[in-house]
Each structure stands twice: as structure tokens, then as C-alpha cells.
Design a protein around this ligand. Structure first.
Ligand SMILES: Nc1ncnc2c1ncn2[C@@H]1O[C@H](COP(=O)(O)OP(=O)(O)OP(=O)(O)O)[C@@H](O)[C@H]1O
Length: 328
């Protein structure tokens, strides 16, 4: 498969902050890739290297096989940054026509607006659009030149459910027409709705890069809470424990400390807990947030690299947090 994007061993810092740390990634023609990660993970920095806005400190970035800082490499690229300014006194149709004027074979105005459910707004000044309509127009503008590759930084920020679905459909349709799309998101739901391949970024590193079902499997962790009069070490040896934290206070009536754990398979964990004869009480099991799931990926990654885990997030529960990456 032809690589439209090739990022090899790229590192980029801003002062003391290492925004990207030895990142490698290839995106082939026809892919729909979701870059998923929390705030500050490095997603925008990665896109800015691919679209030629910034240079890496080290490593190589290629766009359509060329240096993305050369305009010719960007001829077939469409992109929408996280925030876009639209000239408030121009009408929607005028903005589309203005952008279309830069391309030899632009998408017709009516088709573009139709795709993004904006057809009724051609005559409206952009200053009079709602936040969601502005966002949809900004993303629509990235397609005016019929790009083969589209980079979208958090395309649905600020959209309501309906606006988000309209935009998702427009992107699916454009992808079905043969385009390659890379989008960033904080939301698993969005990546699930659009991407076939998911690259999870945390702390400037690629933590996972796999087909959507495989990544969903890795992030489907559970949070288990219980009280037990045993040291933490008795619990962390149970199967699938990715993280454990304790409340500072002892719980009442000799039940022991209250623990909160992230586990990869709560059924397995609970079976092993019962078999271990640890006298536990107050057992609770619930789904974990995506942030918590990222935390476990960060731990897995650190353990894979043989390094001490470096949490990319604040500890998800109050109290002291001890972490380990054993057996991952
Ligand atoms: N121009 C800059 N100057 C200083 N630090 C920067 C700059 N751009 C990014 N950073 C830092 O680099 C890290 C990665 O930021 P980046 O914007 O790439 O993350 P992100 O994953 O896109 O986050 P978000 O989802 O919040 O947009 C962060 O710590 C950020 O503060």
C-alpha cells in the first residue's frame, strides 16, 4: 500500500516539554485513522508536522512521499485545525467560492453544502452561524479542493448530537469516495463511529496502533472497589490488575482499607478474589472511563519498554496511588 503519510522516529519538543517522543506511523491510501488521546498527548503536534506547519527536531516526516514543508507535497491535502476563524461578514457561499478559487477542479458549492447539511445557509453571513454550523463549514472547507488526504483536528468539537452525526456521515461518504482521512479525538465514541484503525497517543508516544476492535478490547477495563484487611500486595497479584489505589482512611468495623483497582477482566478478577480467600466486603464493579483506560495502556506501554510506569494522567481516585505494570 502506498504510504500517504510516513512518520519515522520523530521527536518534537517545545522547551522542556517533549510533545512527541520517537513516534513512528504510516498511513496508507484509503485508510480512516483515528488518533485518540487525552489533552496534551501530542495529537495536534503530530498533525502539524504532517501538514508541514512545523518541523521535527529529529526523525523524518513524508507526505505523499515528499517533505510536507514543500507546497507541492500539500497539493492533495485538506486540513482543518482545532479552531478556525471565518470572515464574519462574508456569506457561507462566498467563503466556499473564495476557497474554491484556489483549486483547479473544486467541488461544486451546492454539492459541498449538501454533503454537510448546510445547503439552506449559503446566503447567511458566517458571523450569524451557530458554533456548530461554523464548525461544520470549517470542516467542509477542507474538502473544497477534493483532497486525497484529509487531516482533521477534533472535527466535532462544539457540535450537538445532530451536528456531530451529520458531520460523521459527510466524512464517511467522503471516505467511501476514496479519500484517506486522519482525525484526532478525545472521544472513543467518535473514533468508534468513524475509524477502522486507531492510534492511541499518550505522553507523546504511540501507546497502541491497531484495528478498532483490538483497541476497544484493550481499553475495555473495569474499575473494581472493595474493602479488605490485607496489604495491597495481596490484591495486585490477582489476574489483570493494572492499577491500584487506596483510601487513606481505614474503613469501619475492621473491614480493612478501601481499595480501588483497574482490572482488564472483572469476571476473572472476582473469581480469583473469591478463590484467594481474601476477606473482602463492599464489592463494586463499574465501567472505567476512557481516561482510566488510557492509564492502563500507559502502564502496559511502560512495562513493555521495561521502564517504570509514568502515569499520563492524574490518579483517577482520591488517596495514595500505587501502580505496577507486572505481567502486562
Ligand atoms: N507551541 C507550543 N509551545 C509550547 N508547548 C506546546 C506548544 N504546542 C504544544 N505544546 C505542548 O506539547 C504537548 C502536546 O500538545 P498537543 O497540542 O500536541 O496535544 P494534543 O494531544 O493535541 O492535546 P489537545 O487534545 O488538548 O489538543 C502539550 O504538553 C502542550 O502543552
Amino acid at each position: 500500500m502506498e504510504a500517504l503519510i510516513s512518520v519515522r522516529s520523530v521527536t518534537r519538543s517545545f522547551g522542556d516539554v517533549v510533545a512527541l517522543d520517537d513516534v513512528s506511523l504510516e498511513v496508507g491510501a484509503g485508510e480512516m485513522v483515528g488518533l485518540l488521546g487525552p489533552n496534551g498527548a501530542g495529537k495536534t503536534t503530530l498533525l502539524s508536522l504532517v501538514n508541514g506547519q512545523r518541523k521535527p527536531d529529529s526523525g523524518v516526516v513524508r507526505l505523499f512521499g515528499a517533505d510536507p514543508r514543500k507546497p507541492a507535497a500539500r497539493a492533495m491535502l485538506g486540513t482543518t485545525p482545532q479552531e478556525t476563524g471565518l470572515p464574519p461578514t462574508l456569506k457561507v457561499g462566498e467563503v466556499v467560492d473564495f476557497v474554491a478559487g484556489h483549486y483547479g477542479d473544486p467541488m461544486p458549492r451546492a454539492e459541498l453544502l449538501e454533503r454537510f447539511d448546510l445547503a439552506g445557509l449559503a446566503g447567511r453571513q458566517t458571523g450569524g452561524l451557530s458554533g456548530g454550523q461554523k464548525r461544520r463549514l470549517a470542516v467542509a472547507l477542507s474538502l473544497v479542493g477534493r483532497p486525497r488526504l484529509v487531516l482533521l483536528d477534533e472535527p466535532t468539537t462544539g457540535l450537538d448530537v445532530e451536528g456531530r452525526r451529520a458531520l460523521w456521515q459527510a466524512l464517511r461518504d467522503y471516505h467511501a469516495d476514496g479519500a484517506t482521512i486522519v482525525l484526532t479525538s478525545h472521544y472513543l465514541e467518535e473514533v468508534e463511529a468513524l475509524a477502522r484503525r486507531v492510534v492511541v497517543i499518550g505522553g507523546g508516544r504511540v501507546l497502541a496502533d491497531d484495528a478498532l476492535p483490538a483497541v476497544l478490547d484493550r481499553v475495555s477495563v473495569r474499575r473494581v472497589a472493595l474493602a479488605a484487611p490485607v496489604p495491597e500486595s495481596e490484591l495486585v497479584r490477582l489476574p489483570g490488575v493494572a492499577d491500584i489505589s487506596t483510601d487513606q482512611a481505614e474503613s469501619t468495623a475492621g473491614a480493612g482499607r478501601r481499595y480501588s483497582l483497574l482490572v482488564s477482566d472483572s469476571d476473572d478478577f472476582v473469581r480469583a478474589l473469591v478463590a484467594s480467600n481474601v476477606p473482602f466486603s463492599g464489592l463494586e464493579v463499574r465501567g472505567a472511563s476512557l481516561e482510566e483506560a488510557f492509564l492502563t495502556l500507559t502502564h502496559q506501554h511502560a512495562a513493555d519498554r521495561g521502564a517504570a510506569p509514568e502515569p499520563a494522567f492524574a490518579a483517577p481516585s482520591a488517596g495514595g496511588t500505587a501502580s505496577h505494570g507486572e505481567g502486562k
